[in-house]
Design a binder for this molecule. Structure first.
Ligand SMILES: [Zn+2]
Length: 275
């Protein structure tokens, strides 16, 4: 499987902005080595969780849609600068040709390339795009009480105001006839996943509902990044059940690139099978 998946009439291309890794013990401090044992093969040699920092390009109904924009080039000590514009150029996609930029949520590794430094100020990276956010997510992260807590909002999101088209949407919003947002709150107040349904085939970009495939099986495992762990676990269980029931291809952003796979039953047990 390459980095492009076709679902009916929709093309999903997985791109890598950057890569990172985090120790299990840091991301899931309450879990023991025994609990991780069945999933050891999906950890690296140092028992770290490898994390792809992805971006996805969807082609649907004549629209070019970018889902999540990585860490950007903000010279932050905790992340290397990303390479999304180069990855897009390699794929033959010009920044000005992107119609819609969607954030699954407003964490630092998902809105990085929403803006680019031009001179002294941050300008929209995708000049002709409508920037779609869930309304509750946008209102929370851009509120005066939260901006000081989430510094990246200042250089990734606030500069769009007045400089780019912004669309705040609610609930199961349709981006095109074939692409619909699915509310999956918990990781952040109004995190969304992205369902793709076309010609009887279905896939879903799960955003940060899971950071590691083990969570697709162990839906109660919430990393320290989940703002509301109980709600995140509930959303995770619900979405995994739907992926299994509807035989959807799941796209795990932070999983090993390209992150495409299925949930299947092996000896009655739910199992992640990467494509
Ligand atoms: Zn993330």
């Amino acid at each position: 499987m390459g980095s492009t998946l076709t679902v009916g009439n929709v093309e999903i291309m997985a791109l890598v902005d950057a890569t990172a890794s985090a120790p299990c013990s840091l991301m899931f401090p309450t879990l023991s080595d025994e609990q991780w044992a069945p999933y050891e093969a999906q950890l690296d040699a140092h028992r770290n969780i490898p994390l792809t920092i992805p971006s996805f390009v969807l082609r649907s109904g004549g629209k070019t849609i970018v889902v999540d924009t990585g860490v950007g080039a903000k010279n932050r000590p905790i992340f290397p600068n990303g390479r999304l514009p180069d990855a897009l150029a390699d794929a033959g996609i010009r920044l000005e040709d992107v119609d819609i930029v969607l954030a699954t949520h407003i964490h630092i590794d998902h809105v990085g390339w929403h803006t680019t430094l031009r001179g002294e100020t941050y300008a929209p990276t995708f000049p002709n795009a409508t920037h779609v956010f869930n309304r509750d997510e946008y209102d929370f992260f851009t509120s005066p009480a939260q901006v000081p807590v989430w510094e990246h909002v200042r250089d990734c999101v606030l500069p769009l105001d007045g400089a780019a088209d912004i669309a705040l949407v609610d609930g199961e919003h349709r981006l095109t006839d074939e692409i619909m947002l699915l509310p999956t709150p918990g990781h952040t107040p109004a995190h969304v996943s992205v369902a793709i349904m076309s010609q009887g085939e279905a896939a879903v970009i799960i955003g940060d509902v899971c950071h590691h495939p083990a969570q697709m099986i162990e839906c109660g495992w919430s990393p320290v990044f989940d703002m509301n762990p109980a709600l995140a676990a509930e959303s995770r269980e619900k979405l995994m059940q739907r992926i299994e029931d509807d035989r959807m291809i799941a796209v795990g952003g932070h999983f090993a690139h390209p992150g495409f796979g299925r949930l299947v039953r092996v000896d009655g047990r739910r199992t992640w099978q990467a494509l």
